[in-house]
Design a protein around this ligand. Structure first.
Ligand SMILES: Cc1ncc(COP(=O)(O)O)c(C=O)c1O
Length: 433
């Protein structure tokens, strides 16, 4: 990134003046393209802010609706009939896949339902065990349990949950070893743990699953747009993600999914006409013929207005470049971790995120017994972070619009809240996000 970038220190020189680092940051100009809410917005891994490009592409869709009406399905600048596929093409390089392997469709939870269901069905009579971990975002387990139940399998017998030793992280060996003990057909893991920010090794987990005849699927919600991926190269079987976090496509934006091409032709568990082979979709046949691509896992009509902002927001990510985004993200999180260690440990704050750059995603978990009240006190000052129970202040210096001076300012604000005890006045009830 900056002229002094040292490849041996991918997370940058933390001792440099943050103003200087901002001045040398090749991504600094991207901040102007966003409307960043609040005084300090450090919650982009929950909901990324709106950008000029996302607003434009949404307005374009509205204009096409107004001007073209139903003709827009075929006549829009990016025809809506293939919107899911064409936005998938744009996303493919971000996740390291071929364009036919990626589509945008549904929500993340629905995509977990359909993909896990599909691959449970594909295993036929073999044991349906699925390996997950106890620190997963809960929706993943809810969806998988319900897919097991719908096939008559008791989730308590077939959902194998890797436990954490420290409540923060998952040891990769603990994912690999149970593959021997349980009859696991599918390993389903997050790329980045939503609370601690630990980044798991997708390649290693995929290889271990394949060596034991299992499939490997991933929830990339907390890494897409901030960590580069190589899904095809690593032979990942399937993946899902949302677009409203680091991709900044807006609340409830359409989600994305990847299916490796060797699985094209499998029958989607939740089939619908939008996943039909495109060429014959409008023949409205009685029987479903799945598209010979990831497009088969679409279900109903693409929600154009929930997809349109993604078009513009991807333009920004592409311009910035995922490698530069990752580089700056590591520099920001490294700086934040150092400042917390140096100035806030004395107030009872501890960093719960792995320190090795290769083991962390784009956010940092700051642990404190009063995290709920502290998070709320910060929000009251316009410093937007989120609280994750039981004790995490989750801080996301998203690289497209966060400056090094913002990280320093955040630490100063948190220090003040702790020093003055301002959080003690906050009602502990009703403030948990
Ligand atoms: C890891 C993970 N998976 C899934 C989701 C949510 O999925 P959905 O968009 O279906 O609500 C989240 C939401 O924050 C998440 O963190």
């Amino acid at each position: 990134m900056d002229p002094g970038f040292d490849p041996d220190r991918p997370d940058g020189d933390d001792t440099a003046d943050p103003r200087e680092r901002d001045a040398n940051d090749p991504l600094s100009e991207f901040r102007e393209r966003f409307d960043v809410p609040g005084e300090l917005y450090l919650d982009g891994n929950s909901l990324g802010p709106v950008s000029d490009a996302a607003e434009r592409s949404l307005e374009r869709a509205l204009e096409e609706w107004r001007e073209l009406g139903i003709e827009a399905w075929t006549e829009a600048e990016r025809p809506w009939f293939r919107y899911g596929e064409s936005l998938g093409d744009e996303l493919a390089s971000l996740v390291g896949a071929d364009s036919e392997e990626v589509v945008v469709a549904n929500s993340t939870t629905v995509n977990i339902h359909t993909l896990v269901g599909t691959f449970l069905d594909a295993r036929g009579d073999r044991p349906p065990g699925i390996l997950v971990n106890e620190l997963d975002f809960p929706t993943d387990h809810y969806a998988i349990r319900s897919q097991l139940r719908q096939r008559g399998h008791d989730p308590d017998d077939h959902l194998h949950v890797v436990e954490s030793h420290d409540g923060r992280t998952i040891a990769e060996d603990d994912i690999v070893v149970p593959l021997e003990d349980h009859e696991v057909g599918i390993v389903f893991m997050p790329s980045v743990l939503y609370r601690s920010g630990q980044l798991l090794d997708i390649e290693r987990i995929t290889d271990a699953a394949h060596e034991r005849g299992a499939l490997a699927g991933f929830d990339l919600a907390h890494s897409v747009g901030v960590v580069p991926h190589e899904l095809s190269v690593h032979g990942v079987d399937f993946a899902v993600w949302c677009s409203y976090k680091y991709l900044n496509a807006g609340p409830g934006a359409i989600a994305g999914l990847y299916v490796d091409e060797r699985h094209f032709g499998e029958t989607p568990a939740l089939a619908g006409w939008w996943g039909h082979e495109k060429e014959t979709q409008f023949e409205l046949r009685e029987r479903f013929t799945p598209a010979d691509s990831a497009g088969a896992w679409q279900i109903g009509t693409v929600p154009v207005l929930a997809a349109a902002p993604l078009d513009g927001s991807l333009e920004i990510v592409r311009e910035a470049g995922i490698d530069r985004i990752r580089e700056k993200s590591l520099a920001l999180t490294s700086f934040l971790i150092r400042l917390v260690d140096e100035t806030l440990a004395a107030y009872g704050c501890a960093v719960g995120t792995p320190r090795a750059p290769e083991d962390r995603g784009g956010h940092v978990a700051i642990e404190h017994p009063e995290a709920a009240r502290i998070s709320e006190a910060l929000r009251e000052r316009g410093v937007v972070v989120d609280f994750r129970p039981p004790n995490v202040i989750r801080v996301c210096p998203a690289p497209l619009y966060t400056r090094f001076v913002d990280v320093r300012e955040f630490v100063a604000q948190l220090g003040e809240v702790l020093e003055t005890g301002a959080y003690e006045d906050v009602d502990p009830d009703g403030n948990v996000s």
